[in-house]
Design a binder for this molecule. Structure first.
Ligand code: UDP
Length: 326
């Protein structure tokens, strides 16, 4: 199979490239290296079945040509990370909405199957935990920058589902919950790489808010396995799936686990949300997926528990710090 991955030099895209190459398939990626990094795919550059294009998904002719050459498309290119979103809302909205428009429009010309990556952010302020795919999405006010990300991704979902209903373009929507593992950078605010780097450097571990908010962290290789299975499934077409782990942990507990597993002497400090992000920032107190739907359709079950995930990230960052790459 020939697989196109937009955002293929990103954290998840690069692991997805690995998975398809290991399976014997041919991989094409397009990435503008805005939040992705060529380092993530450096090990694949000499591979005979790996091809990369450094460009934006807004470049229609380039996207059209790549889609022509491929059998299926994973659309992962997006502005990600709460910090980036709060700091650059224009870029977030434009990247997420326009990029998806281009990919779906071009894929529709050749009726190539597209999997669009959305996010658990779309559940917004819903407290109907665990979140089910058919549950209500509860957006905050438009004056709070964070929700522009959720809204831009919700539009992507509507568009992908509309292409299926109206034009019979086979599309699948996935809502990725917090995903972690090697190659994820802390640069855009993601909590686990941030805590691990702080702990390894002996700097304070910064817990935002009161630390009682919870998340579930999925291991990137588990998540990628689910993406591959969904793409192979006929039944998944026209549907929305949560993908992630359902092992819930509070951010304070997470800071303590990281401190313990790294043997760090770092102090755990609390930083008010206003200082960490922007005034009036709203966080979601609990975020837990219901993963029964994807479990039923493709047999997805997370295999890696939190401690194993943390170990893999600690190993990754210990290596980078000792070889001077960080
Ligand atoms: N967080 C934190 N300290 C940090 C970075 C993040 O306490 O240095 C918190 C953040 O406020 C949120 C949780 O960790 O409650 C997860 O944040 P992340 O940005 O990784 O993902 P989100 O679930 O917010 O998309």
């Amino acid at each position: 199979m020939r697989v196109l991955i937009t955002g293929g030099a990103g954290f998840i895209g690069s692991h997805l490239s690995d998975a398809y190459l290991e399976r014997g398939d041919e991989v094409f990626i397009i990435d503008d290296l805005s939040t992705g990094s060529i380092d993530n795919v450096a090990h694949l550059k000499g591979h005979a079945r790996f091809h990369y294009t450094i460009d934006s998904v807004h470049n229609q002719p380039v996207v059209a040509e790549l889609i022509d050459q491929c059998d299926v498309v994973f659309h992962l290119a997006a502005a990600v990370g709460v910090k980036l979103i709060v700091e650059s809302p224009v870029r977030t909205i434009e990247t997420n909405v326009r990029g998806t428009e281009v990919v779906l429009k071009q894929a529709n010309k050749k009726k190539k199957k597209v999997l669009v990556a959305s996010t658990s952010e779309v559940y917004g302020l819903s407290n109907d935990v665990p979140f089910r795919e058919d549950g209500n999405l509860v957006m905050g006010a438009t004056t709070k920058g964070r929700w522009s990300y959720a809204c831009s991704k919700a539009i992507d979902e509507f568009l992908a589902l509309a292409y299926w209903r109206e034009k019979k373009l086979p599309t699948i929507v996935v809502r990725l919950f917090n995903t972690v593992g090697p190659r994820q950078t802390g640069q855009y605010g993601m909590v686990i790489p941030t805590f691990v780097r702080q702990a390894l450097a002996g700097r304070p571990i910064t817990v935002y808010g009161d630390g009682s908010q919870t998340r579930c962290f999925g291991y990137v290789k588990d998540i990628v396995g689910a993406l591959v299975k969904l793409m192979d499934s006929e039944e998944a077409v026209g549907q929305v799936f949560n993908i992630g782990s359902n092992e819930e942990v509070s951010i304070t507990e997470l800071a303590e686990r990281v401190k313990e597993l790294t043997g760090s002497k770092s102090e755990i400090v609390r930083v008010p949300y206003d200082e960490a992000y922007e005034e009036g920032f709203e966080d979601m107190p609990r975020r837990v997926p219901d993963i029964s739907k994807i479990g039923a359709i493709v047999g997805f079950k997370p295999t890696m528990a939190l401690d194993g995930i943390l170990q893999s990230v600690i190993e990754y960052y210990s290596g980078r710090q000792s070889d001077g790459r960080d």
